[in-house]
Design a protein around this ligand. Structure first.
Ligand code: C2E
Ligand code: MG
Length: 474
């Protein structure tokens, strides 16, 4: 084997990897396939096909560990070096000063408009002998050895430099940077960020820091850091939300959270995951937070997330992490993905209005309850009005409990003549009359009741009633 055959193999493997960066179009669907290539060369790595194949397979395993869409040559010493954290640590010490670290940027996309809302900076290590190494291989070692502090600082400086460079080219976009627990706990991260922003002359709202949910274990300290950053104008978000045990207490202190990839991957395979995803999205919205779904790899996942009003998305289907120059080049193409493959604008608007309406109804009910009122629902079953819900402070003040009302007819908990009187109002609402109201007194409390029919396809399927206490007005 000479250098030329190694060079040729590099060219061929590089060419294959390059092709797999673009999607395959099958029946108008874009399919992304990632690959890992292992290479062994005759005669250095083996003299029989058997041995060559075995060594190629070892190299392929290594290539998988190093990152997706990459290739590796077989090397007996390399296997040891790569698996040896000590060697990685020694090499990592040189990585910054020898300019071996680089950042790729993965866009985050607004799932409503398809526009890029920002990019996430993801570190890569381009080792002169080992090639491109993914953070999964070295971040943990960097954390254990404390090297994450200078590396993290380098990431912050580089990401902010890139944003300034883009700005000078007329491209205004924010960058988010992953912070490790050690950076938050063991360094003066707030001062570091202030220095970076000042040195680079970057406005704080162009920088977002991501912490992972598990970091909120050290709750008080993490929250205090995040609040200081927020005061500066830096954005903050929780990565991988749903994998840890977030305290609802701090959720409302952060504007954004990212839905973990493992949930997105399981959409369509696992109905309970669909429910979890829907719940996380609506929980985010009720806390006025933006929800970003990570790891969108298919059109189906995109559609599901759009239908459930997820705000932003990130994933190979939208765009892989790219070098800064490539990202700008591919900007228009990336911003077309949602338009081409997502749900249409009018369907999206309809879903959005329905959600708003539901939210408004819920708010109304909550308000009535908070104002010490009560809400109830009923249906006509076999010619009889039966209550399907009843709740609120006023119900108890009337002297009832939900169990006495739900599943019951009016005459089962009210005197006969009063039940008859109310049935007439119930009947009008059931016939579709929109705003039936009546006043009465129970247990010494004057109340005003209003009934609103819920219609589906022109037919009334249920009536919602609410009562408020008007004793003070009498
Ligand atoms: P993360 O913050 O959750 O970043 C998202 C990871 O998912 C990235 O992996 C990204 O390439 C990958 N990804 C994005 N879309 C898809 C998809 O559709 N399918 C799949 N299968 N993967 C997708 P990457 O770059 O290997 O980074 C892994 C982790 O390393 C990051 O997870 C983050 O926790 C950490 N990391 C990366 N850069 C830094 C850094 O500068 N500092 C620190 N402290 N950690 C970093
Ligand atoms: Mg992240």
């Amino acid at each position: 084997m000479g250098d030329s055959s190694r060079g040729e193999a590099t060219k061929v493997a590089g060419g294959i990897v390059e092709h797999f960066n673009d999607p395959f179009i099958i029946d108008e669907n874009e399919i992304f396939i990632s690959l890992s290539i292992g290479i062994s060369l005759f005669p250095d790595d083996g003299k029989t096909i058997d041995i060559l194949m075995r060594h190629a397979s070892i190299a392929m395993d290594l290539s998988k560990k190093v990152g997706t869409n990459t290739f590796e040559f077989y090397s007996p010493t390399k296997q040891k070096i790569k698996m040896d954290p000590l060697k990685i640590e020694m090499e990592l010490h040189k990585a910054i000063e020898q300019n071996q670290l680089l950042l790729h940027y993965q866009p985050k996309i607004n799932l409503r408009t398809g526009h890029i809302t920002g990019v996430e900076a993801l570190i890569r290590w381009n080792h002169p002998k080992w090639g491109i190494i993914s953070p999964g291989t070295f971040i943990r070692i960097a954390e254990d050895t404390g090297l994450i502090i200078p590396i993290g600082e380098w990431v912050l400086y580089s990401a902010c430099s890139q944003v300034k460079k883009w700005q000078s080219e007329g491209f205004f976009i924010g960058v988010s940077v992953n912070l490790s627990q050690k950076q938050v706990n063991c360094s003066n991260i707030v001062q570091t960020i202030v220095n970076v922003l000042q040195t680079k002359g970057l406005e704080p709202h162009y920088l977002e820091v991501e912490i992972t949910e598990s970091m909120t274990c050290n709750f008080e300290h993490t929250i205090s850091i995040l609040q200081q950053l927020k005061k500066l104008g830096v954005l903050t978000s929780i990565d991988d939300f749903g994998t840890g045990f977030s305290s609802l207490n701090y959720l409302n202190k952060l504007p954004i959270y990212t839905l973990n990839q493992s949930f997105v991957r399981e959409l369509y395979n696992n109905p309970s995951v669909e429910e979890i995803v829907k719940t996380i999205i609506s929980m985010g919205h009720s806390l006025n937070m933006n929800v970003i779904a990570e790891g969108i790899e298919t059109k189906e996942q995109l559609l599901f997330l759009q239908q459930h009003l997820c705000d932003q998305g990130q994933g190979y289907f939208l765009s892989k992490p790219l070098q800064a120059s490539k990202l700008k080049e591919k900007l228009d193409e990336i911003q077309q993905v949602v338009k081409r493959h997502g749900i249409s604008e009018d369907i999206r608007l309809r879903i959005w209005y329905e959600e708003l309406l539901n939210q408004a109804k819920k708010n109304l009910q909550d308000t009535v309850r908070l104002q010490q009122g009560m809400t109830f629902k009923f249906k006509k079953i076999n010619g009889q009005f039966v209550h399907t819900l009843s709740d609120g402070e006023l119900l108890y003040r009337f002297g009832f409990t939900p169990a006495q009302v739900v599943g019951k007819r009016l005459d089962e908990f009210l005197p006969c003549e009063i039940a008859l009187e109310k049935t007439a109002y119930y009947e009008r609402a059931w016939e579709g009359e929109d705003f039936v109201t009546y006043e009465d007194k129970i247990n010494g409390i004057y109340y005003l009741a209003s009934l609103r029919p819920i219609k589906k396809g022109g037919d009334v399927i249920e009536v919602i009633g609410s009562c408020v206490d008007i004793t003070a007005r009498k």
